[in-house]
Structure formats: C-alpha cells, structure tokens
Design a protein around this ligand. Sequence first.
Ligand code: CP
Ligand code: NVA
Length: 329
Amino acid sequence: MRATRHFLDLDDLSCAELEAVLRRAEAPAANLEPVLAGRGAALVFEKPSARTRNSTEMAVVALGGHPVYIQGVEVGIDERETAEDVARTLACYHAVVCARVFDHGVLHRMAGAIDAAVAGAAATDAAGPDDGIGVKSSPVVNLLSDAAHPCQALADLLTLRQVFGPLEGRSLAYVGDANNVWRSLAKAAAMVGMRLRTACPEGYGPEADDLAALAALGLDIEVTDDPVEAATGADALYSDVWTSMGQEEEAERRRLAFAGFAIDDTLLSAAAPGAVVLHCLPAHRGEEITAEVFEGAHSVVWRQAANRLHAMRGLLSWLLSPGDEGSRP
Ligand code: CP
Ligand code: NVA
C-alpha cells in the first residue's frame, strides 16, 4: 500500500514531484480526473482566511468533491479533544484533511495519527473486520501554520512561471519578516533554482535551522538588513505583513522594528526593469508596501491570488492521484 502523502511544507515533495504538481495546476481544469467525486474534504480553520478558504473550497468542487468548512472552535483541537482524535475522526469521512493552525506541530501530530491508524488497521483486524470502515488514508494539507504556508508558495511559483517561464537563475528579493510565508517561499525558490535575497531587521531574520534546511536544498541565499541591497537587480520583489496572525500583541513593536522595510518606488526602481511585485495578501498599504506599488503596473498580486485556486486544484489532484492517470491528455 502506498504511504499517505501529507503536504505540511514544500519539501514534503521532491523537486520532480513539485514540477508534477505545478503541471497539474497549469492543466485545464476539465482535463483533471474528478478524484474527489462523491468524497469530502475537511477544511479546519483556527484563524481567519479569505483566499485560502475560498480557493480550497472551489478546488474541491472542481475535482467533484464536497468541502466542509470547520471553524477551529467547533472541533477544539487539544481543547475539546486531541489533535490526533480530531484528525482520525475527520479521516473517517473525508478524502483529505486540510487545516490552518497556530502550531505547526499539530499538523505533524494529525498526520502521524492518521498514518498510525491506517498502519494499525492494515496490520491487524483486532479492531474489527477489514471491510474498509474506519480511518482512511487521508492526506493532511497545511493551509498555513506558524511555520509554513506551502499552498501560498505553490501559487507564487505558478505566478512567477506565468511571468518569466522557467525560473532557474531568476532572482527574488523578499523584504520583511522571515515568517511562515517566507519559509515556504524560500524552499520553493530553492527547489526551482531561484536565487533569494532576504532583507529583514535584526532579530526578525531566518533561524540557523532555516538556513541549514535551505542550504540542504541548495538555495543560493543572501540575508541583509538593507532592503535596497536586496532589491537591486531582482526579478521579483515579495512582501508579507509585518505582524502575522497570532502575533497581534507584538504589532506596535514590529511596526517600529520594520520601519523602512516597505516595498516602495525606491526599491522598485532598484529592481530589474521588468520586475514584478508579489504579496500574499492581506496587505497593509503604508506598512509593508506602499499603495502606489501595490496598485501599480508591476504588481501581480491579483494574478497571484487567483493562482491560489489553480495551485490547490493541482495539489489536491496530485495528492489523491499522483500518477500520470490523474489528468486526461
Ligand atoms: N494569502 C492567504 O493565505 O490569504 P488568507 O489568509 O486570506 O487565506
Ligand atoms: N504571515 C501571514 C500570512 C497571511 C496569509 C500570517 O501568518 O498571518
């Protein structure tokens, strides 16, 4: 039996698998097999969402499935019952268990609980007859955690491919917090051979573990506290909020620390002539990006937002049917 393929961050895929997911995402929706026909997709959200919830729901529908949106408080991970029990419950009914959580470790526990239940059922029939009733081998998909936002990174790669074609050797400048979005984006850049410059204030840069993981992926990364240095000659500029969900109490301190780390006309004019500007959204004009750049001719943020749907459809199609049979010629 094939091991369940969970998607907690980009490097859960090999580079070849990432390419396969992106190709699925780029295929016309009508060419994809309806791998979710008659099946459910659980979408648990411990935090708010506009893009992730809507793109995931519509991707599930496009693959023939039925999305069930679940607010975190309804299942109460580690409050009403354990993350393991929530995961195993949802995997009784749904072909995929997607979750936006505060603590990335919760996703690992959910995936581990599903794997253990499936392995246990395969090894023994002590818990009942082997009639297919029980916990299914449903992949866990990270819809954003404190550590990673891999579905966003897939959409970011799609967007950059649409603009530039092959991405190997292209350069990306990320200005801001080395956060969940940055971490998955950096892995994505590594896996497609992009160069990454990261500009962040002291104390908000990559951890040593991040740099080690990225080095293992072969990333050519420079970290600086000078946004202009990062932006100079870059093909793409990227920003995200200075204060992520769950960090609201730090907002004022972060506003002070990140002053000067905004994507503005100065950074844009330092970038390569055809540079594009990305932002995962939601955006705070006047903080991490100026209104002029956000609304300007170099901004591809709405293309990027739209690509969340295509990326999710490609990902779910691949997770549930990774072979060539997943798309029709
Ligand atoms: N970019 C993103 O994940 O947006 P939401 O938080 O609205 O889902
Ligand atoms: N870093 C942000 C991304 C929002 C999509 C957050 O975690 O809130």
